[in-house]
Ligand binder design. Structure first.
Ligand code: IVH
Length: 661
């Protein structure tokens, strides 16, 4: 598409999005999507100035106020902030500030960027007389009556305020209250809010103030409009508090760019622990004199910037829903999505877990959905944008009645949410079990991926893992797309996998609920395969960290004749699981918790971990007061720093190798 056409398309998209957001309170674009389109348009208009029409969304701060409320002309424009999406962009902002100001020292105040609704409140002779939304920055909506219902807004200011005083702040709702409100609305059959911000906006823009009064709205103040001048922002914040206006306790005065970056990281870490949602931070020049000299460009001041966190919520389209069958036979509906960048990674599918989840969210093929990814958490479909469904609707998704892979009947136990394929030799289950058997933390047979496993099963060459060890070179070569080199590598990997640990072996069997940690506990307790096979249910339950349910799964598994035969055949094929360090009383790391960080050159992380475990230690993922030792490889970062702060013993890779000797 050429530039003029794209610019027009972007303008249309952005206009429509603002209208839905501000006027209809029913957004269809996520903030991040809106930002991205907005930036694309800004860039296009910068490159082709002739494309910048006077009515372009880039020329306005927000959207037109709706006609539900009386209009209020702001005494001073309510500006909005430019965004920095990365540390580089923040550094550019700081460089610009310094360039414009010369050699001067610049202090910054950093505030959480609250995800709510900006308002301006006016007091005359200390009495609250008016409150307005930002609207388009020049003209907002009169929401005085609604604001009066928010108890933390003083109707009478404390201290000695000037005759006229305007304060600006953000109206928002705490996450907890938001969830509670949505639950109540759902019970009442009312539509739920997509996120806390929309909930706050919708609540403040109620026509009936009695409705607003029932919503648990909060406010933090962060700027002063007309009425009083200050020397610094920090002093301004203190004065707001003197007048009885809440400011955010997270706000901080910072002396340098490094301190700003550090604060950003601290807020990012704290983000989910805060009672309200923030989508980033606001970095503001502290000195009011410097602010005046920096000035503004059209709609944004040069003295402040919103340094945002990576988007965690995005909208995308469900292209398909497919049901996959895992190694335990569980049928899992999976949504295939139009790829979208969220929380730092590209996501093209999201699990819908099971039938209940699917029903609850009511996801249908073709739907637009909001996708969320928080921290390291797997991506999740938060909700369907039902408003965007075509009027004729879309077909509801039906869980299949038979296994989509083998056609066998599926069952759903009354007290379970999982639907399972009943056929133990279902090819999908076989493939899943093989794949698990070969995986890195199990037998670690590299080169035996999903595709190869599927071919082996398809060709009928493998029915149980032991069959893998019986395949000849010719048989491997008979597989589609298998070359000489791959076949040799596989044979070597299989041979190498025979010398393994009992823990890996037990884990590789794929017993339900037996993860790595359980496998290790059982291996340490019994030492030999035969001892595990001979163990009674009581013996198994006596193992530390093994609960009754897990013990029963292990016991049932090894009592099953077919499973026993499969294990026997593995042992006969030459698989020889070695005993683990019997208990946490032997070895240099006996009873110790070790954290591995940075890059190790002499071995992989997994190997190093195995070495520690073989010597009675436990490897943990993060450093705490309970950590006994941190092994810091090359380029160690925050974990090393934390260890030093806590006074935890640290060794480098060489020191680690010494300990292993
Ligand atoms: S200062 C010119 N401080 O972000 C300065 N804004 O894009 C204008 N916001 O409309 C605002 N937290 O809704 C400021 N601590 C904070 C903020 C904040 C959230 C919002 C506010 C504003 C938008 C600017």
């Amino acid at each position: 598409m050429d530039a003029p056409a794209r610019a027009e398309e972007l303008r249309q998209l952005l206009r429509d999005a603002s209208h839905r957001y501000y006027v209809l309170d029913a957004p269809t674009l996520s903030d991040a999507e809106y930002d991205r389109l907005f930036r694309e348009l800004e860039a296009l208009e910068a490159a082709h100035p002739e494309l910048a029409t006077p009515d372009s969304p880039t020329r306005r701060v927000g959207a037109a106020p709706s006609d539900k409320f009386a209009k209020v002309t702001h005494l001073r424009q309510m500006m909005s902030l430019a965004n920095a999406m990365s540390e580089e962009e923040l550094a550019e902002f700081d460089a610009r500030v310094h360039k414009l100001l010369g050699e001067e020292k610049v202090r910054y105040v950093m505030e959480p960027k609250l995800d709510g609704l900006a308002v301006t409140l006016t007091w005359r002779q200390g009495k609250f007389v008016q409150g307005a939304t930002r609207g388009d920055g020049l003209i907002g909506e009169d929401v005085t009556q609604n604001l009066r219902t928010i108890k933390m807004i003083p109707l009478q200011l404390a201290g000695a305020p000037p005759e006229l005083f305007e304060a600006r702040g953000e109206v928002f709702i705490n996450k907890r209250d938001f969830v509670k409100m949505n639950e109540e609305r759902e019970k009442a059959g009312e539509p739920t809010f997509v996120n806390p911000r929309n909930c706050a906006a919708g609540s403040l823009r109620q026509l009936d103030p009695r409705m607003t009064a029932q919503r648990p709205l909060s406010i933090y103040f962060y700027e002063v409009g007309e009425g009083q001048e200050f020397t610094t922002h920090w002093e301004k914040l203190a004065r707001l508090r003197e007048y009885g206006l809440r400011t955010n306790p997270e706000n901080e005065l910072l002396e340098s760019l490094d301190a700003v970056k550090d604060k950003y990281r601290r807020l990012l870490e704290k983000r989910h622990a805060l009672p309200y949602e923030i989508d980033g931070t606001v970095v503001k020049v502290d000195s009011e004199d410097q602010r005046r000299r920096l000035g503004a460009v059209s709609r944004t001041p040069r003295w402040a910037i919103a340094w945002k966190f990576a988007a965690e919520e995005e909208a995308t389209t469900v292209l398909d829903i497919q049901v996959s069958v895992g190694r335990t036979g569980a049928l899992t509906p999976v949504a295939f999505l139009k790829p979208v960048h969220v929380g730092g990674v590209t996501v093209s599918r999201a699990t819908l877990h099971n039938e209940d989840e699917l029903r609850r969210k009511d996801v249908r093929v073709g739907d637009r959905v909001f996708l969320r990814r928080a921290g390291d958490v797997i991506p999740e479909i938060v909700r369907v944008i039902v408003e965007e469904r075509p009027p004729e609707g879309r077909a509801e998704f039906q869980m299949p009645r038979t296994c989509p892979v083998c056609g066998a009947a599926v069952v759903r136990e009354p007290d379970e949410s999982v639907t399972r394929c009943t056929n133990l030799s279902c090819p999908a289950q076989l493939v899943g079990r093989l794949r698990h058997f070969a995986s890195r933390l199990a037998m670690d047979i590299s080169g035996l991926g999903e595709e190869t496993c599927a071919r082996l099963v398809q060709e009928g060459l493998v029915k149980t893992p032991a069959d893998l060890y019986a395949l000849s070179r010719e048989q491997w070569l008979s597989l589609e797309r298998m070359g000489d080199k791959s076949a040799d590598n596989l044979l070597a990997a299989l041979e190498a996998s025979k010398r393994t640990s009992l823990k890996r072996f037990l884990y590789a069997l794929g017993i339900r609920m037996v993860g790595e940690a359980t496998a290790l506990a059982v291996a340490r307790r019994f030492g030999k395969v035969q001892a595990v096979l001979d163990a009674s249910l009581d013996d198994l339950q006596a193992v530390r960290d093994v609960g009754p349910e897990v013990a029963r799964h292990i016991w049932t598994f090894v009592q099953n004749a077919e499973n026993r035969a499969a294990i026997d055949r593995l042992l006969q094929a030459g698989v020889a699981p070695e005993a683990e360090a019997a208990a946490a009383t032997a070895g240099v790391f006996a009873g110790k918790t070790v954290v591995l960080t940075g890059t190790l050159t002499g071995s992989t992380r997994e190997e190093a971990k195995a070495e520690v475990e073989r010597r009675g230690g436990r490897v943990a993922g993060s450093v705490s007061r309970k950590t006994d030792l941190v092994v810091a490889g090359a380029d160690s970062g925050s974990k090393l720093k934390k260890a030093q702060e806590l006074g935890v013993r640290v060794v480098d890779e060489q020191g680690f190798r010494e300990l292993l000797k």
